[in-house]
Ligand binder design. Structure first.
Ligand code: FES
Length: 142
């Protein structure tokens, strides 16, 4: 997979890739957003449900196509996001995702790793009217 790190973390990534958590769709989500890694065309689409005062994430589902890192990161993030304050999601960055994955990731693969996080963050910011964007790509940063 082009990643270094301990076997335990590698096993965890493979497990999330093979058995993605929260894979699928949510009916009537608060918002849905999609993103692509333009290097490869891999995609992640995410449905998010917020609580009534829009401060906490209550539900997340995702679907997508892509490499083990992009899909495992989406699966792991989908678990972390449940119950998270929206402020915390807005502050997340690539280092949080690399910590979550627990492996060394080459600069090329960082785009894979952060795709889901950027989709969730952009989706939230678009919903809150803080950003105007049709589709997330991993191009601008990294
Ligand atoms: Fe496409 Fe990783 S190779 S997201």
């Amino acid at each position: 997979m082009g990643i270094g790190g301990s076997d335990m973390y590698r096993q965890q990534i493979l497990d999330h890739y093979k058995n993605p958590r929260n894979y699928g769709e949510i009916e009537e989500p608060t918002f849905t957003h999609v993103g692509e890694n333009p290097m490869c065309g891999d995609t992640i689409e995410m449905d998010v449900v917020l609580d009534d005062d829009e401060s906490t994430i209550e539900g997340v589902a995702f679907r997508g196509d892509g490499c083990a890192i992009s899909q495992a990161a989406a699966s792991m993030l989908s678990e972390e996001l449940q119950g998270m304050e929206t402020d915390v999601l807005e502050e997340m960055d690539r280092d949080d995702i690399i910590d979550m994955l627990g492996v060394d990731i080459s600069p090329m693969r960082v785009k894979c790793a952060v795709l889901a996080e950027k989709v969730a963050q952009d989706g939230l910011e678009i919903y809150l009217g803080e950003k105007d964007l049709d589709m997330t790509t991993t191009e601008e940063d990294d």
